[in-house]
Design a protein around this ligand. Structure first.
Ligand SMILES: [Cu+2]
Length: 659
């Protein structure tokens, strides 16, 4: 029996490897996206080399990036290696392994067990947990106490467990927690079916499942607030009268698009970069350069969303565990949605596909998850000259590369925006359905100060959204330093008799531990990454500055568990010396993580940042105090930042843009 099994595995793996050679030809760059054949080969090599159980899953399969130096020195004539990084989780043994497969030699280059960590949740676990909970008498009784006897009408939404109890921490089991929502009193009847079930949380009930054993870990039922009986569907049938629609607005480019896409490389208006859709981080940019005259000048090597955290602000035990690390706990990239022209992106855009791997290691194509488009955005620059009545003005065109992602109730659109003035912008859009709490008529909002009553029997709970971006800037090369810029008002004295003097004080942040910084509106504080070995036309160091926009402080207080787990979100700016293994602000495995992983560890050796290859990490946050207008689907809220050239170009780089 065993011999037959082995023969089958080998023959499958040879079959898949056979497919690789044909496709290998089309891989033109070390940062080209993984192909289906490459993924299959990597998985078959792991399966051949290691005895995996039937329960083994692959929470993450991604391109293992080659050494930065090798990528930077790559020329089309050079041969290069392709490698795949795999995370393997043995659920029954509660063990996590990392492997790297070399695709050329078809060898498992490295294999190690990572003790005491939990990789991101995978789809089959949601299904397993739902079955386990729905069959559980305690959960059934909790539903029956609320008058629900048909359990098919309950939707269970699964969360990483967040904050653990002492007991849960001790056992180290892999857990997930389920929130129940009532899907309506006439499920199956299309007229009355409540498909927007998020407005009817079965409040007070949290089911925790041990995924290692496939058994209930705990069912907590704290009271029995009746769920909302309202129907919050938002289709035409439910809404009744619709608003009048605006007149047709067409966006078209009769002469074609200004950008060019070649493999995964895009060029537009002087910009050149590569993109990859990463199963964990989503859209990553690589090797971003800007053409200045005849020179292609490097700006950044790699830019990615490194982690998110969404802490909820209600101390009630069924709420206080909730704080989603959407990148590392749920693999944000894999949750990317298929978009449509004229909907998520304008009709003049282009939709691109990506290849992912599912938890069994099977590759699949995800169509239309990357959007690229040009858009008009007001004026780029203008001057009207009174004396001559000369009017010079240029329209502002932007290039946007985007993805959208639905993470259970919430939706995000994550945008990289290239500007003609040399600015690279990140702008994220928050939308979707807020997480609500059921409340009785009597209790209403007076007794609950942790949220706002946004609709009948529904409280929108206060929460925050934090995004951390890892920005490996290489401004005119790798040798960079980081400067902090503070604007100071000078006191009134004989040199400043009218008290109007303001000066910008620039100071260098020389070491990792001194480069943990916060915004300061009193000093219009900003930061700049400058070249350590190049000079611009006026003798200063060319730089790119981080221009923050709206931001928030992290509200959970000192000593709180979430503060320790999400340390990266407690400061806006961190700077580290480049290390290829330091990719995630909340650590490699934020699910059920120990305190202090990620950035606090990365800076612990307090390395020098002077004239080094450095990485800027920026955390931006939104404090969301819900309002009735956020319901039932929240209008888009935008948050972002810009990387703006400062002394990088010798003049406005778009001054010579034709009219
Ligand atoms: Cu929110």
């Amino acid at each position: 029996m065993l011999a037959i099994a082995i023969i089958v595995v080998i023959s499958i793996s040879f079959g898949l490897m056979g497919r690789l050679s044909a496709e290998e030809v089309s891989i033109s760059h070390p940062l080209s996206a993984l192909t289906e054949a490459e993924i299959s080969t990597a998985v078959s090599v792991v399966k051949k080399e290691k005895t995996l159980s039937e329960m083994a899953v692959f929470p993450l399969i991604a391109l293992q990036e080659l050494d930065k130096e090798e990528v930077l020195n790559f020329t089309p004539a050079k041969a290069f290696n392709r490698q795949v990084f795999l995370v393997i989780y043995e659920r029954s043994q509660n063990k996590t392994f990392e492997g790297v497969v070399d695709l050329t030699s078809k060898i498992l280059n490295s294999w190690k067990e990572i003790p005491s960590v939990q990789p991101a949740l995978v789809n089959s676990e949601y299904e397993l947990a739902t079955q386990v909970v729905k069959a559980d008498p305690q959960w059934q009784a909790a539903m029956q106490r609320r008058g629900i006897s048909d359990f098919e009408r309950v939707k269970i939404s699964w969360w990483a467990p967040g904050i653990l109890s002492e007991q849960e921490e001790k056992t180290g089991n892999r857990l997930c927690r389920g929130l129940s929502y009532y899907m309506g009193d006439a499920y199956g009847n299309p007229k009355r079916e409540r498909w927007n079930y998020y407005g009817s949380p079965v409040e007070g009930v949290v089911a925790t499942v041990n995924l290692n054993t496939g058994k209930i870990a705990s069912i907590v039922d704290r009271g029995k607030t009746p769920f909302s009986q309202e129907n919050w569907n938002y289709d035409v049938k439910s809404l009744g009268k619709l608003l009048s629609s605006p007149k047709l607005l067409k966006i078209f480019q009769p002469h074609g698009k200004t950008f060019k896409i070649n493999d995964n490389q895009i060029s537009w208006q002087g910009w050149n970069f590569r993109y990859l859709m990463h199963p964990r981080s989503g859209l990553i940019l690589y090797q971003v350069t800007h053409k200045d005259g005849e020179n292609l000048r490097p700006v950044l090597y790699r830019a990615s969303l490194s982690e998110m955290v969404v802490p909820y602000g209600d101390p009630e035990p069924n709420w206080s565990f909730r704080n989603a690390f959407d990148v590392g706990e749920y693999n944000l990239g894999l949750l990317a949605n298929k978009m449509e022209l004229g909907k998520e992106i304008p009709e003049n855009g282009v939709l691109l596909d990506t290849i992912f791997a599912d938890e069994r290691g099977e590759p699949y194509q995800m169509p239309g998850v990357i959007g690229v488009y040009e858009r008009d955005h007001g004026m780029l620059w203008k001057h009207y000259e009174y004396n001559t009545q000369r009017n010079d003005v240029r329209r502002n065109r932007e290039l946007v590369i985007t993805m959208t992602v639905a993470i259970d109730n919430y939706d995000y659109s994550l945008n990289w925006i290239f500007h003609q003035d040399g600015t690279l912008e990140v702008q994220n859009e928050l939308t979707g359905i807020i997480l609500v709490q059921g409340v009785t008529d009597e209790k209403k909002s007076q007794e609950n100060s942790y949220g706002e009553l946004i609709a009948k029997n529904i409280i929108g709970v206060n929460h925050q959204h934090f995004f951390n971006y890892r920005l490996d800037l290489d401004v005119d090369g790798k040798a960079n330093s980081v400067m902090e810029m503070n604007v100071n008002a000078l006191p009134m004295d004989e040199k400043n008799p009218l008290g109007n003097a303001m000066v910008m004080i620039e100071k260098s942040l020389g070491k990792e531990t001194t480069a943990v910084r916060d915004l300061d509106m009193k000093h219009s504080r900003e930061w700049m990454i400058v070249s350590a070995d190049k000079k611009n036309a006026v003798g200063a160091a060319p730089g790119y500055m981080l221009m923050p926009e709206a931001n928030s402080m992290f509200f959970p207080v000192e000593g709180s568990k979430i503060r320790e787990r999400a340390k990266f979100a407690t400061h806006h700016v961190w700077v580290t010396k480049y290390k290829p293994s330091e990719l995630y602000a909340g650590g490699d495995y934020p699910n059920q993580t120990q305190p202090g992983e990620g950035l606090p560890k990365y800076i612990a050796d307090d390395e020098s940042l002077l004239g080094e290859d450095i990485v800027l990490w920026y955390t931006m946050g939104v404090t969301h105090i819900p309002r009735s207008e956020d319901w039932p689907v929240m209008p888009v809220h935008r948050v972002g930042f810009k990387l703006v050239p400062r002394g990088f170009f010798s003049r406005n780089p778009a001054i010579n843009l034709p009219e």
